[in-house]
Design a protein around this ligand. Structure first.
Ligand code: TRP
Ligand code: ZN
Length: 884
């Protein structure tokens, strides 16, 4: 497939389906290679469609074995069937049923879309368009049906048979070693939410009584022998169900809720109605096999999928352009849940780190697109940080702008009005326009314009008038296909920080919305605060109130004041990051600037020394974030053009090493003091202590490698949990030598039977910033822990390598050649995973000319490969397209 030959699907071309499917009765007889699918569709003409239109059902790699209309055979000329399409040329202009029989081979399904097998477990993935790989259907989210599903399988092979909704019958097939189960889901849903699971699975189970008094049977299914690792996921599920009742008034709506963990999965998890299917990485947890980070991700993703029950399932999307309607909103909801369960500022800081690393870089490159794209060739390429994370930021801004109570009222209205429908962003925004009385048409530009806006800010204090004037301007660089941008609505939460903390804010400006909030909705504005008793330091974008870049010229000394005195934790953290970023950008840009870098290291060390002694003990999780410098990719993005990864790496190492050595004794003391006295617990407080301790370990390893190596080895040996052991391994990877190789080997022996732990081991090695890494990664591809057929293994080793700034971007281009070669090979079996991997090239345009040419050449080679999937062809084409 050449990308040029693929049709472009456009939002403006949307029209309602000509046909509706009210009911779907599936009868599926599971077999490893010959699964029979009998589908009985209850069809009727859509009053909103074109009368007398043909019926065209979607298919993908299907073969038709039988077809009946109202129970009768159809004559040959009345229909046509290909692997891609089943057409009835002149269907009756009334209700009728269509019985369609197909046969599929789940064992041969390496794309992991549709029905496939993962470690002998039958499972499905239908979003976005996988159902058409099971049966011919109107595979679009605005066609919603009530499903009844009969599953049949060999008893031994698949003792557990699950589908959506409630189980209404089960039994034996007389005279055979087979059994069946019938599931009925009373809630109409689009095909992308259909799911089935069949296999030998263990489970944990718990009853839950909803706020409105109905009892729900919750279960988490895992591979045999792993039930003792399902407890955390169950605990998270119960907590997020309560939270959705309390915070949004949303109760669960079926008698059962099932979660199933499988080991081969293209993404994180899937919100199928009543039957969420997960990548096992986001379910299984115990202290020996999961890190604190894993516990937190499991909590977030269990919540995310559960929250989809209302934002995604009860209210779904009219078409795939509206994807952010469910994803952005649901990410926002899961972020808020985690904030309530853990530390709000720390959660915000880590979310903003992710946003900048993934979304800002997407928005700055050739794959930039609006939160609601207007056209696509392959929808699976639009499950992006822009749709998800920036989509969540848009909801957060809406809440800031209209206020908490009005936001909740708008959500209530949305649930009441749109329940049971396939809705649009317009439907959603109308609810908030109504409850707030505000005109949200300018705000809606957030959905239509790509690119990260920049706010340019400057302030002046007038001592005579005792006033402070703040000038704010916004601009947004061009993105593919969008040259001129209209001004966004930017909520700027702010404070003026004086000697003794926040100064009172008095102004008559209309841009001042409420307590500490300025709304910048013009290209520029000027706002004057009166009765300002002393020259203040502005603290802008508190809590990161808008997903923008900020240019504000504060001296290091002023930023360090904010770090110690700002009442906003996010901006305290940001102030120090800004000091470090500025120094690293300077040094990384000119591959010189060593003196300036040393001076900054001195300032930072001084500030950190006091902080670590006086404040870190009270909030270790926050302190860990403070201690972590901006990443090398962040510096590359800040530099933005002619990027030399080697210079950035050198500057980053130099700054870290300098801080590490000048804080040496303090870091050692901290590392010792935070040594846990009690057994592992995954709660946020305990995790925060480990995070701080392990940040300290990393800095020690860079500052004094011998000391670091000694400490890391001891920590590995003493570790009673994976968090500390993995941190020891990571610290050790910074110190080349035999001891490192020994620890790497020892780690592999210790966790030889734990694939998910070995993924981290693979990744830690793929991230080593040394020229030997490419060879090491090639060698690891032969290791029994690796497999090109499992997405988690690929993301760990190859994805890890592609995230290794200096080695992926080797000056000889071999890093690009290697990743491109894997993309092309993988494309034949799993295009979704291949195309995500190709996304690693998204920042190629900002590189210095030598690397840029090499990266472009590799992308061009990928693009010219014959028989590419639509997924990979689309990414290659867009990555190469002329900018602007
Ligand atoms: N809707 C899922 C979520 O956000 C993610 C998803 C989309 C997905 N497409 C997928 C998962 C394909 C696996 C495979 O929770
Ligand atoms: Zn989602």
């Amino acid at each position: 497939m050449r990308a040029e030959d693929t049709p472009l699907i456009r939002l403006e071309d949307y029209r309602p389906s000509d046909w509706l499917i009210d009911t779907v009765d599936l009868d599926i007889s599971l077999h490893p290679t010959k699964t029979r699918v009998r589908s009985l569709l209850g069809l009727r003409p859509n009053p909103a469609g074109r009368p007398g239109a043909p019926l065209v059902l979607d298919g993908d790699e299907l073969s038709l074995s039988a077809l009946r209309l109202d129970g009768l055979l159809i004559e040959d000329g009345a229909y046509s069937a290909t692997s891609q399409k089943l057409t009835l040329h002149a269907p009756p202009r009334r209700r009728f049923t269509l019985m369609i029989e197909t046969e599929v081979d789940p064992s041969a399904n390496t794309k992991l879309m549709g029905l496939y097998r993962s470690s002998r477990v039958y499972c499905t993935q239908c979003e976005a368009d996988g159902f058409r790989r099971i049966s011919y259907f109107l595979d679009r989210p605005d066609v919603m049906s009530v499903y009844t599903v009969r599953l049949e399988a060999a008893k031994l092979e698949a003792p557990v048979l699950l589908s959506n909704g409630n189980r209404v019958a089960a039994g034996e097939v007389p005279g055979e070693d087979r059994h069946f189960a019938v599931w009925h889901d009373p809630h109409p849903k689009p095909a992308y939410l259909f799911a089935l699971v069949g296999g030998a699975l263990d489970h944990v189970r718990q009853n839950y009584v909803t706020a409105d008094g109905s009892t729900v049977e919750l279960a988490v299914y895992v591979e045999p022998g792993k039930a003792d690792r399902a407890g955390w996921a169950m605990d998270c599920l119960v907590r997020c169900m309560r939270w959705d009742e309390r915070v949004y008034g949303r109760n669960y709506d079926l008698d059962v809720f099932n979660v199933v963990a499988v080991s081969d999965f293209n993404m994180g998890a899937m919100e199928n109605k009543g039957l969420n299917i997960f990548n096992d990485k986001y379910v299984l947890a115990d202290p020996q096999a999961a890190t604190d980070g894993d516990y937190a991700s499991i909590e977030a993703i269990i919540a995310h999928e559960y929250f989809h029950n209302w934002t995604g399932n009860r209210i779904t999307c009219r078409d795939w352009f509206q994807l952010c309607l469910k994803e952005g909103l649901t990410v926002f909801r899961d972020q808020e849940f985690s904030s309530d369960e853990r530390s709000r500022p720390v959660k915000r800081i880590s979310d903003v780190r992710t946003l900048r690393a993934t979304q800002f870089s997407e928005d700055a490159g050739p794959l930039a697109h609006p939160v609601r794209p207007r056209a696509y060739k392959e929808i699976n390429n639009f499950y992006t940080p822009t749709v998800y994370e920036k989509g969540a930021e848009v909801i957060r801004m809406l809440k800031i702008l209209i206020g908490e109570d009005t936001f909740r009222a708008g959500m209530d209205l949305f649930f009441a009005r749109c329940d049971g429908t396939a809705a649009t962003i317009e439907d959603f925004l109308a609810c908030f326009a109504e409850t707030s009385g505000m005109d949200l048409s300018q705000f809606a530009r957030w959905y239509d314009q790509a690119g990260t806006p920049t706010i340019i800010a400057s302030g002046r204090y007038d001592a005579d008038a005792r006033s402070y004037t703040l000038d704010l301007a916004q601009s947004t660089a061009p993105t593919p296909g969008q040259r001129d941008k209209q001004p966004f609505v930017l909520p700027v939460a702010l404070g003026l920080v004086g000697q003794a903390g926040d100064l009172p804010l008095k102004t008559s400006s209309t841009a001042y919305a409420s307590d500490g909030l300025v709304v910048l909705d013009q290209p520029s504005l000027s706002i004057t605060f009166s009765d300002v008793a002393e020259p203040p330091i502005p603290s802008l974008l508190r809590g990161f109130s808008a997903p923008v870049k900020l240019e504000l010229d504060l001296a290091d000394a002023e930023l360090l004041r904010l770090f110690s005195a700002d009442s906003d934790s996010f901006n305290r953290w940001q102030a120090l990051q800004t000091v470090a970023t500025r120094a690293l950008v300077g040094a990384g840009r000119f591959a010189a600037g060593c003196n300036a870098l040393l001076a900054t290291a001195g300032e930072l060390s001084h500030a950190l020394r006091g902080f670590l002694r006086d404040q870190a003990p009270a909030d270790p999780a926050f302190a860990a974030q403070v201690l972590r410098l901006p990443g090398q990719a962040d510096i590359a993005r800040e530099i933005g053009r002619d990027v030399d990864p080697t210079a950035i790496h050198a500057a980053h190492r130099a700054l870290s090493a300098e801080i590490g050595s000048s804080l040496g004794p303090d870091l050692l003391a901290l590392h010792e003091a935070l040594n846990a006295q009690t057994a592992y617990r995954p709660d946020a407080t305990s995790a925060g202590r480990r995070a701080l301790r392990n940040e300290a370990l990393g800095l020690i390893a860079l500052g004094s490698p011998e000391e670091g190596a000694r400490l890391a080895q001891a920590q590995f040996a003493a570790g009673d949990n994976l968090t500390d052991r993995l941190a020891a391994l990571a610290a050790m990877t910074l110190v080349p030598g035999d001891a490192r190789e020994e620890l790497i080997a020892r780690f592999a022996r210790t966790y030889a039977t734990e694939p998910l732990v070995l993924d981290k081991w693979l990744m830690a090695q793929a991230l080593i910033a040394e020229p030997g890494t490419l060879e090491r990664v090639r060698r690891l591809m032969q290791h029994p822990a690796f497999s090109l057929s499992n997405p988690n293994r690929i993301r760990a080793l190859i994805g890890g390598f592609a995230a290794n700034l200096t080695q992926f971007n080797r000056p000889d281009g071999e890093g690009y050649a290697f990743v491109a070669e894997i993309v092309v090979a993988l494309d034949r079996t799993n295009p979704q995973v291949a195309s995500r991997l190709l996304g690693s090239f998204k920042s190629w345009r900002m590189l210095e000319p030598g690397r840029k040419a090499l990266a472009e050449a590799r992308l061009a080679m990928v693009a010219q490969t014959p028989n590419l999937s639509r997924d990979v062809a689309d990414i290659a084409e867009r990555a190469l397209a002329r900018q602007g």
